[in-house]
Design a protein around this ligand. Structure first.
Ligand SMILES: *[C@@H]1O[C@H](CO)[C@@H](O)[C@H](O)[C@H]1NC(C)=O
Ligand SMILES: *[C@@H]1O[C@H](CO)[C@@H](O)[C@H](O)[C@H]1NC(C)=O
Ligand SMILES: *[C@@H]1O[C@H](CO)[C@@H](O)[C@H](O)[C@H]1NC(C)=O
Ligand SMILES: *[C@@H]1O[C@H](CO)[C@@H](O)[C@H](O)[C@H]1NC(C)=O
Ligand SMILES: *[C@@H]1O[C@H](CO)[C@@H](O)[C@H](O)[C@H]1NC(C)=O
Ligand SMILES: *[C@@H]1O[C@H](CO)[C@@H](O)[C@H](O)[C@H]1NC(C)=O
Ligand SMILES: *[C@@H]1O[C@H](CO)[C@@H](O)[C@H](O)[C@H]1NC(C)=O
Length: 481
């Protein structure tokens, strides 16, 4: 039976070939590399492509949620007690942030744009209307007192003026006023002497329907790893973002975009697009968002550590020798000298001291950490939540009786959660890619499986063929060996 044995032997040879092929494909990583190169070609900002469209107009809805801290014991605080606060929120805004005035440069290797952000209030996703009242620190008053504390004459005048207007260390304002601005009596009075002064105060004053200047991004045409990375911001190289970066955090600039094929060892620079050494996120674990696998990245506690623990953070000591404890970031230079300090919500990852100083702080990793969930193959952001708290540095000024016997405290005013989850349409597309990825990545294993099956058939047929040729007696020792 030459034909039959020929078939049998070719099955054997074929099975061995399949096994070799399968194993060498696994070892050489051909398919993952192929997938990566396909994805890498996709991620370039080019007019008319889908990637460009979603960069220009992010399809996933972004929500900005604010949680205020309502002060319950102002009189006791002025007598030296620690403040007791109640968290009130969320007050939710839908955030629109299209890229505008887009123009390509340098043969399509760079693209220039401004990022205009607009916030629209969402009553149905909020605890109450923007007219809800919140009692908190009187930030304009604290700023003015801080500025004139060493000038007894002016301090005295201002103090009397505040008394006549009934203004003190604390104030009760609506959510809308605190966020988007209100005309402040004290600032207005001072404006008479300093006309360049703005008499409106708000934590996010002028941030609505405005942009923070001109960005130049890399398109990723030359190197996919540069996809949507910031080259320049307001004419400054992103290398020199040190001082402006602290401002970016409070203004909420966050042009996050990531190149494909993210590894677990990658360090992601998140708040500014790049190169700000102290603001980064590292791999924390695996997640699944809308059936799409992702890596979760989160800032490690060293990000906000004080300079003893992390010397790289010396840049955040403003002025140079005025360092705060771990977990705090002084941003007063970006807020016209207002003593504003950023931290994680409820002082998560900060020194225990700050948590103890305010009654009502309950730091919780799940709720208060900043997270970024990224699909490693494509670099697409599946889910993100940027969480920051705005605090005011409150202390007693001998020249201002308004500060009573208040103890020095980092007083929490509000925290924000700017979050987004991949939209369903994009998620469906991603799910298809994930299935394709699984199929392609499993091809070598299918080949090996096929090889094993063929090998099995080969051996079975070999034994079958041997039966007539050999006697029963001869086979016996073979089986028992
Ligand atoms: C993209 O192409 C369209 C149509 O050709 C054109 O109108 C638009 O100005 C281009 N956009 C940019 C940023 O070059
Ligand atoms: C753009 O491309 C053209 C032709 O490929 C080349 O001559 C020119 O120098 C390039 N310009 C820039 C700014 O790279
Ligand atoms: C922001 O500006 C837009 C458009 O100018 C306006 O519709 C919206 O109400 C504003 N949002 C806030 C919070 O003021
Ligand atoms: C915050 O506290 C003030 C003073 O006690 C109170 O009038 C106000 O209703 C509180 N705000 C909310 C939203 O509960
Ligand atoms: C942040 O916003 C303020 C106005 O609220 C502006 O003066 C400042 O330049 C902005 N900072 C950045 C970095 O955009
Ligand atoms: C930094 O933090 C550590 C631990 O919280 C503390 O022991 C150290 O004194 C701090 N250094 C400064 C400069 O605040
Ligand atoms: C934002 O964070 C807050 C605080 O952890 C949480 O309660 C809220 O559900 C988050 N919002 C979204 C949309 O995830």
């Amino acid at each position: 039976m030459p034909l039959k044995s020929c078939c049998i032997y070719s099955a054997g040879v074929f099975s061995v070939l399949l096994l070799i092929l399968g194993i060498s494909l696994i070892l050489s990583n051909v398919f993952p590399h192929f997938l990566q190169s396909v994805v890498e070609k996709e991620v370039v900002l080019e007019n008319g492509t889908e990637t460009f469209e979603s960069w220009q107009n992010p399809p996933a809805p972004i929500y900005m949620q604010f949680y205020f801290f309502n002060l319950t014991n102002p009189a006791e605080v002025l007598d030296g007690d620690r403040p007791a606060v109640v968290e009130i929120g969320p007050y939710t805004y839908r955030e629109y942030r299209p890229m505008e005035q887009v123009s390509f440069q340098d043969n399509g290797t760079k693209v220039e744009a401004v990022n205009t952000k607009t916030y629209i209030f969402q009553l149905d996703k909020s605890r109450g209307p923007e007219s809800d009242l919140i009692r908190t620190v009187n930030v304009p008053a604290v700023t003015v007192m801080e500025k004139f504390k060493d000038d007894p004459l002016i301090a005295n005048l201002i103090s009397s003026y505040m008394k006549s207007g009934g203004e003190g260390l604390f104030t009760t304002r609506t959510v809308g006023e605190l966020l988007w601005g209100y005309e402040d009596g004290l600032l207005k009075a001072l404006k008479a002497f300093q006309p360049q002064l703005d008499d409106v105060f708000g934590l996010f004053y002028k941030n609505n329907a405005s942009n923070d200047g001109e960005y130049v991004f890399f398109t990723g045409q030359q190197d996919y790893k540069d996809f949507a990375r910031v080259d320049k911001w307001n004419g400054k190289s992103s290398l020199n973002w040190w001082t402006s970066d602290e401002c970016n955090m409070i203004n909420g600039t966050n042009g996050a975009s990531f190149h494909p094929v993210i590894t677990k060892h990658e360090v992601l620079y998140m708040f500014s697009s790049d190169l700000c050494r102290s603001l980064y996120a590292v791999y924390e674990g695996d997640v699944v968002v809308k059936k799409i696998p992702g890596y979760r990245f989160s800032p490690p506690s060293e990000v906000f550590a004080n300079r003893t623990l992390n010397p790289a953070n010396t840049g955040f000591c403003v002025p140079a020798d005025n360092c705060l404890g771990s977990g705090l970031l002084n941003v007063s230079p970006c807020k016209q000298g207002a003593p504003i300090i950023m931290s994680s919500p409820h002082f998560y990852q900060a020194d225990e001291k700050f948590v103890q100083d305010v009654f009502g702080m309950m730091p919780d990793k799940e709720q208060h950490q900043t997270t970024l969930d990224i699909n490693p193959l494509t670099g697409i952001i599946l889910q993100a939540a940027k969480r920051l708290q705005v605090n005011v540095h409150v202390q007693r000024f001998a020249s201002f009786s308004q500060t009573g016997n208040v103890r020095t405290v980092v007083f929490p005013v509000v925290y924000l959660n700017e979050s987004a989850v991949i939209d369903d349409t994009s998620a469906k597309k991603m799910q298809v890619i994930v299935v394709e990825q699984n199929v392609v990545e499993n091809i070598p294993f299918m080949l090996i499986g096929l090889g094993i099956i063929l090998g099995g058939i080969f051996m079975f047929l070999m034994c079958q063929q041997k039966v007539p040729e050999s006697t029963y007696a001869e086979r016996q020792p073979l089986l028992s060996s």
